[in-house]
Design a protein around this ligand. Structure first.
Ligand code: ZN
Length: 401
């Protein structure tokens, strides 16, 4: 059983057994990105059972604008306030990574793991989904007073934050404070996250017979090799540190060629660069582009022809950092302390749904719901952290912090 809450008070009382049952049920539902239909239905059914009306619950059409498609949109529940205050948004993404499909959650002491050791658990992010749902259910069941509230469960986080990127802020009721559950320790508040570009590189060489006339060909593989060696040797691949600037880069996918007796004419690569520093992020992209262009120019056939590079970069998500004086941060830290925990803050090197909401004018802090070792078969959920996350969410949803 979860450890008792430190500093429990009447205002923190909620049905912990129901909260634990809820997360166990949600983690067992298959729902990788673009296939969140069943989990949308499960959350909707529990909202209806708690007394919300069908007209308060909206499933938007984000899958029709998402480049990934998908079977269902974001789930949104909007409530007018019973008190006058700025609108608050509580959110958590619905999808899991594919490794979680087939999860069989089993409790051992304070920890939940999947009984099937071939799958991940799905605590990322069903524990967040359950934290937000618990706040909504408790408010309805116990008729708790609250500021204007939007509960938001976006789809397609794991494949590029697409549900949060493409949601209409108007459909969320223009909230002023955002709280996102997608992380580990209930005491930790993530105030910012890195930004990233995606790279698509296509190298065109010239094909020729590799045994008869290799000198007439221009090898796209040779061009790729030179470019990568150049980036690696000059410190632009991997962890990149230049003066006081820092970032990361990775060429993660390379594909090309179909026979050993042909000089390869096409190679495609995909990669990414990340940095908290927007101008350094652009610098990283530009170094990659220049390295590939130099390499293309350096590989020539006997007729003097060189290769070509088509280089495309697209923004995956913008970086952000919230100040500790930002209202959502102040409230989040106060709620964590009221639950009896020592609040800590950090900035993440991965992208979060909060990136897109913060970039679009809704400052959003990301909080913990007990997840550990996410995206691996060793994934676990710490139940006491999860229950503390529920307590933090309920304080925030009812405007007590
Ligand atoms: Zn997540």
């Amino acid at each position: 059983m979860p450890a008792p809450l430190a500093g429990s008070s009447a205002s923190l009382a909620f049905d912990r057994k129901a909260a634990v049952d809820r997360v166990l049920q949600l983690m067992a539902i298959p729902g990788p990105s673009c296939q969140e239909g069943q989990v949308v239905e499960a959350v909707r059914a529990e909202l209806l059972a708690a007394g919300y009306s069908a007209s308060q619950i909206v499933v938007d059409e984000v899958h029709r604008v998402s480049p990934a498609g998908g079977e269902v949109g974001n789930l949104i529940l909007s409530l007018p306030g019973t008190m006058k205050a700025p609108r608050r948004l509580l959110m958590a993404h619905l999808d899991t990574v594919p490794l979680c499909v087939g999860s069989k959650p089993a409790i051992k002491g304070n920890v939940v793991r999947s009984k099937d050791r071939q799958t991940a658990l799905g605590g990322d992010n069903r524990s967040g989904v359950a934290v937000v749902l618990t706040a909504a259910v408790e408010i309805a069941r116990r008729n708790l007073p609250h500021p204007p509230l939007t509960f938001f469960w976006p789809v397609q986080e794991e494949i590029g934050l697409l549900g949060a990127r493409h949601v209409q802020l108007k459909a969320l009721g223009n909230p002023k404070l955002g709280f996102n559950w997608d992380g580990g320790s209930a005491a930790g508040a993530t105030l910012g996250a890195t930004g990233a570009f995606e790279l698509h590189i296509e190298i065109s060489g010239i094909a020729s017979h590799a045994g008869v006339h290799p000198e007439e060909g221009v090898s796209a593989i040779a061009i790729a090799g030179l470019a990568i060696a150049d980036l690696q040797a000059n410190g632009w691949h991997g962890l990149v540190r230049k003066g006081k600037h820092q970032g990361t880069s990775n060429l993660g996918v390379i594909a090309g060629g179909d026979a050993t007796n042909v000089v390869t004419s096409k190679v495609k690569l995909r990669g990414e660069v990340r940095s908290h520093d927007a101008s350094f992020r652009k610098k990283l992209v530009s170094e990659f582009k220049q390295a590939f262009e130099r390499a293309a120019g350096a590989v020539k056939n006997t007729a003097g022809q060189a290769g070509r590079v088509k280089f495309e970069s697209s923004l995956k998500y913008e970086s952000f950092v919230l100040k500790e004086t930002e209202p959502c941060v102040k409230s989040a830290l106060a709620a964590i302390r009221q639950v009896g925990l020592k609040a800590t803050t950090k900035v993440s090197n991965g992208g979060l749904d909060a990136n897109w909401l913060s970039a679009r004018g809704l400052p959003t802090v990301t909080l913990g719901a007990g997840q550990q070792q996410v995206h691996t078969v060793d994934e676990a959920l710490q139940l006491d952290e999860y229950v503390n996350g529920c307590a933090v969410a309920l304080l925030l949803a009812t405007g007590q912090a």
